[in-house]
Design a protein around this ligand. Structure first.
Ligand code: GLA
Length: 709
């Protein structure tokens, strides 16, 4: 890149958190360029020394059709067919929301075509998070076409770039893999519409100069808040600079924007850390709890779910018994899963009934009110599963309203899990989906929780409602979903809800404004869960992640399964009758420990100490506020014969404080064989010398409570 002189009256825009600076500056051509992104600059006087760009610089919101030869953020076909846009700086303003949060809004305009783009940046000082999105509008005489409309564009200038992506499939979510980015593009995207994140999750990690690593190095963590098709484009250009553009995937979605209409892109949220991914994740965790996650600062309910236990086979008696079991176990709630509805087409498997949200007379002759009452009598709360955006062709809903369903009028239908997606671009369908929740709540105001599922991608891409405007489908469908989420949240602001999508295919920070938690995976094999929870924890706090103890991988002990689940929001999905007396007593004790320690586990700072990707073990700890309490989890996954066992050095403690070390969650009658059990050690010692929790036994686990004296 050439650096050219700019006029002295160039405009500087400083977007900063406590630790990061993003600096933008106008060139003499009045266009806006990124001149710095990195650790906060300490001397204000240094700002003027930053290189000033012109023409071939890093344009803050790169447009297409001009002299830039690489991926642009914005590409417009104007009403007259012209495909060039050049944006010039007009003005900027800062709105301080409070001491910690402020918003910068920058207005850019094209001088030739009446196009306005507003770039929004919201900074969260302490959490070190920046959110950015853009608003595009115009006053041309006819609609314009938006061919590309990124939320944000960022540039990096490092010797090398390493991308860590999170990919997988049903029951094998968020496998982390890292590759070096070389010349050209690497794209992470989904075209699945709903259940959008089934193969790739809406977040990434970028290692600058070296692969992203846990405890050191410069990294950027970024994620897009969009519950639909997203795309991240990483492009290394001719001189070795990297640009990252993030936004909605424009695939099959060239958007027709009417004069006066404002197109608002989703939020791209990122953090920059000089201390590796551990610090970056903690930034995300505390930001999510403080600002983004529904009821982020609130409590969470432990539960007993029936899906893995009964599947579709239950009746009033079975469920009432399970509610009593839930109480016996000590959890807060019983959660009824799939299979409770459908009469003409009863939901006895996944082939029929979706869409007909009336309790099935055969299984539940007295309806939901009976169950709410039974839960009350048992002394637990009652929660219920719904999948209101979907329909089985074998349903009364489909018979009545085939035009409410996304499917082809003139081609053979392709079904995913024997179901189709309702057309949420249609306001009538939005009303229907809202009513699913509203009806349940009106009839049963004591329902305390929803698990909201979404099992199918959009197949047979055709909206009967949008007719010749099919290119609006993917976007309007997601907007329709948000419209429903909004209405539900407005009417029932206090009801906790779990976001689920055949496991963890829906977990973005826009949806999580409406959900208190999400279901990371249907895979509850505790070994797999160690990796899955490790992956999601890069972006989400433990409080947002549900983890259930089930019968997946019975080769592992109930203790191992429970200890893994206790790292997140604990639940059970297992028949207690399958447990022996010792196992049941162990589980009851574990629930009590979880409830006692959840302030630390769900709201504390997380330190990922030992990676399961790098060793045959893993260790994670949480440190509560004030550094008085910590909980350490250690797992031996698959240690080799006579493997060297290394100590685990703790983090986040106060070096000056003395801490009591005590192994908890032991099977009845078992004594801890942890070398340091019962000892009092300084935070300094624990962080420099460490503990020796690892063993050479396969699938062995420990939970260690660490308490300041
Ligand atoms: C999805 C969910 C599961 C369960 C089933 C019910 O697969 O991820 O947890 O609710 O649907 O059909």
């Amino acid at each position: 890149m050439q650096v050219k002189a700019v006029s002295d009256n160039s405009k500087f825009i400083r977007i900063s958190t406590d630790e990061t600076d993003l600096l933008l500056r106008t060139g003499s051509n009045e266009r806006l360029y990124q001149v710095y992104l990195g650790p906060k600059l300490l001397q204000k006087s240094d700002l003027a020394n930053l290189p000033a760009f012109n023409i071939d610089g890093k344009e803050a919101y790169q447009t297409s059709g001009a002299e830039d030869y690489f991926e642009s953020a914005l590409a417009i076909t104007h009403a007259d067919g012209n495909m060039t846009t050049i944006l010039k700086y007009v003005s900027s303003e800062v709105k301080k929301q409070d001491e910690n949060v402020s918003e910068t809004i920058i207005t850019l305009k094209d001088e030739v075509y009446p196009i306005t783009v507003k770039l929004h940046y919201v900074t969260y000082g302490k959490e070190n998070i920046i959110k950015s999105w853009s608003e595009i509008s115009h006053s041309e005489r006819k609609p314009i076409i938006l061919n590309r409309y990124a939320s944000s564009m960022l540039y990096f200038e490092n010797p090398a770039y390493f991308l860590t992506e999170f990919s997988g499939d049903w029951a094998k979510e968020v496998n982390m893999s890292t590759q070096e980015l070389k010349f050209g593009k690497k794209i992470l995207e989904t075209k699945l519409g709903s259940r959008a994140g089934m193969h790739t999750s809406p977040f990434f990690e970028l290692g600058l100069g070296q692969p992203a690593s846990e405890h050191q190095g410069d990294v950027v963590l970024g994620t897009i808040g969009w519950t639909g098709n997203f795309r991240f484009t990483f492009e290394v250009d001719n001189v070795g600079n990297l640009r990252v553009s993030s936004g909605i995937n424009p695939y099959a979605s060239s958007y027709e924007l009417k004069p006066g209409e404002i197109f608002t892109t989703p939020e791209f949220i990122f953090t920059f850390s000089q201390e590796g991914t551990g610090k970056a994740s903690r930034n995300f965790h505390s930001w999510a709890r403080n600002y983004q996650l529904k009821d982020g600062k609130g409590d969470r309910l432990t539960l007993l779910n029936n899906w893995e236990n009964t599947s579709f086979n239950f009746n009033e008696e079975i469920l009432s018994d399970l509610m009593k079991e839930a109480k016996h176990l000590g959890v807060d709630m019983f959660l009824l899963d799939d299979g409770w509805f459908g009469n003409k087409y009863p939901r006895n498997d996944d082939h029929a009934g979706l869409g007909d949200w009336e309790a099935m007379h055969k299984k539940l002759p007295h309806g939901i009110p009976f169950l709410v009452n039974a839960a009350k009598e048992a002394g637990v709360k009652f929660g219920i599963w719904i999948e209101p955006e979907m329909v089985n062709p074998k349903s009364e809903l489909f018979e009545k309203h085939p035009d409410w369903v996304i499917h082809q009028p003139n081609r053979e239908t392709y079904y995913f899990r024997n179901q189709l997606v309702l057309d949420l671009s249609n306001p009538k369908v939005q009303d229907f989906v809202f009513d699913v929740v509203d009806k349940i709540m009106k009839e049963n105001p004591e329902v305390a929780f929803f698990k909201w599922d979404c099992n199918s991608p959009i197949t047979n891409i055709y909206s009967p409602y949008l007719k010749e405007k099919q290119n609006q489908l993917y976007i309007n469908h997601v907007r329709g979903i948000y419209n429903v989420f909004n209405r539900v949240k407005e009417k029932y602001p206090n009801i906790p809800m779990m976001l689920c999508s055949g496991g963890g295919a829906r977990c973005d920070y826009e949806a999580l404004k409406y959900f208190t938690e999400f279901w990371p995976s249907d895979n509850t094999d505790p070994i797999e869960r160690l990796y899955i929870q490790w992956g999601f924890s890069q972006f989400f706090p433990s409080k947002a992640m549900c983890a259930h103890v089930t019968s997946w991988n019975r080769n592992t002990s109930i203790k191992f399964r429970t200890d893994v689940a206790m790292m997140c929001k604990l639940g059970f999905d297992i028949g207690l009758k399958d447990l022996n007396a010792d196992e049941l007593a162990y589980c009851q004790n574990a629930v009590a420990n979880f409830k006692r320690l959840k302030g630390t586990i769900l709201d504390g700072d997380q330190y990922r100490l030992v990676s399961p990707y790098e060793t045959n073990h893993t260790a994670i700890m949480y440190v509560g506020q004030g550094q008085d309490k910590a909980v350490l989890y250690t797992f031996d996954i698959n240690p080799r014969y006579q493997e060297k066992l290394f100590p685990v050095k703790l983090q986040g403690l106060d070096p000056q404080k003395k801490y009591k070390v005590e192994e908890i969650n032991l099977m009845t009658g078992r004594k801890s064989n942890l070398k340091e059990n019962g000892r009092t050690l300084s935070g300094d010692y624990l962080m420099k010398v460490g503990l020796h929790p690892f063993t050479s036994n396969r699938t062995n686990s420990r939970i260690i409570e660490i308490t300041a004296e």
